[in-house]
Design a binder for this molecule. Sequence first.
Ligand SMILES: C[S@@+](CC[C@H](N)C(=O)[O-])C[C@H]1O[C@@H](n2cnc3c(N)ncnc32)[C@H](O)[C@@H]1O
Ligand code: SF4
Ligand code: SF4
Length: 415
Amino acid sequence: MPLAAQLQATASPSAPTAEPVNPAPTTGDDPQLALKKKLHGQAASALRKVFQVPGLSFAQRKLHAVKLNHQLRMLEFELGHTQLQSWPQAVELPVAGNCNLRCEMCSLAHGAPTYPFWTLQDVSRFKELFKFASSVNPTGVGEPLMAREFFPMIEFFKSHGLMVGFFTNATLMDEKKADKLIRLGVDAVNISLDGATKETFERIRVHAKFEPVLRNIRQLVALRDASGTKLPRVQIAMVLMKDNVHEFPAMVRLAKDLGADRLYGMYMSKSAAVLEPRMPQHDAARTNAFLREGRELAQSLGLDLWIPELLPEPASEAARAQPEQAVERPNQKLGNREVYCAYPWMQFLVHNDGDVSPCCQIHGPIGGQPFGNIHQTPPEQLWNSPGMVTLREKLLKGEPPGICRNCKLRTSQMT
Ligand SMILES: C[S@@+](CC[C@H](N)C(=O)[O-])C[C@H]1O[C@@H](n2cnc3c(N)ncnc32)[C@H](O)[C@@H]1O
Ligand code: SF4
Ligand code: SF4
């Protein structure tokens, strides 16, 4: 269905209600509320016509579309809408379905199924969503640089004005591929390094070799710098486990030495029961000590660092029983409305089997309501699927479903 028709369909009488689920308290005719409703109508109408505005270049239209979509999303959030006329700002697509490695903490090493790699034809089905989105992450569970049509797909994303950032194990990122990433204007390459020493890296990242990966990273940085551009940003991602967290300060030094623009630390999530004893939450004080040391080091070296919130110490009984609950985050607050997590207003994610959801944690119905699958339904119709609407309702009511209560990913930022 064309996008304009899709937008009209969302406002049709048969569509789910666009009334606030949890309206902010008002007395009588609240002029603020009336104004927001009016602005919402105007923004929704302007968004429908944004690509028809004459005399603008594609870049100007795209910028306008992204800004309008953002304003509309903020208004819909404040008005408590769960059936949205705004579109996702970020799209995550699983272009990779298999990998040349079998890292110890990855679901692929624990029997998760593999899938075919995506093609240009697969990603072109998303073009209606791409019109209003600002970024795409073409990764999935697997290695994207193995996808035969990875570079044509990147060209396609770029032709839709999207920022492109993806994760890679960098084992296949040779000179030719690095050069293409630079020439196609990729915005960020996130390279996974889970050990700062050969021994730890090769133990965790099974089948990868430490030195060639480091060589590939240095080569990408050198080629980029020689070409006089700042893109792609080269970002190192380290999954934090009990048995590698002691190398976090050394990883800060290594990332700086490699010329990386940023280092991310991410707590391991439990992709298999066997990983339970390796969760860093089991030794909160030790994990925090290495994170603090790394943070101070990064500050002194001038390395941009992103780490998750430190773990509560001592861990409560509940946190010991449910380690992933141990990370505290404030609610998202916008105007007079609060929400536990803003992802369902912002992000559209496709899992490797084609199921969709707002984030990688949710895979399956919420409250019995399905999110749908892109092999059966056009992606643009799934943004307001019964599952998405139900999840937004629950979050606005302050009744996050169990999976959200256990989530360490939830965002407190409506960006
Ligand atoms: C699934 S991989 C796919 C991309 C690529 N193969 C790579 O390793 O970067 C995406 C990211 O998820 C991380 N990851 C894998 N298993 C994880 C786990 N159990 N918990 C947290 N992150 C994990 C990887 O280290 C990587 O940074
Ligand atoms: S390289 Fe990435 S996808 Fe491959 S096994 Fe490791 S974490 Fe999983
Ligand atoms: S709280 Fe977690 S599981 Fe729930 S929507 Fe947000 S990111 Fe997903």
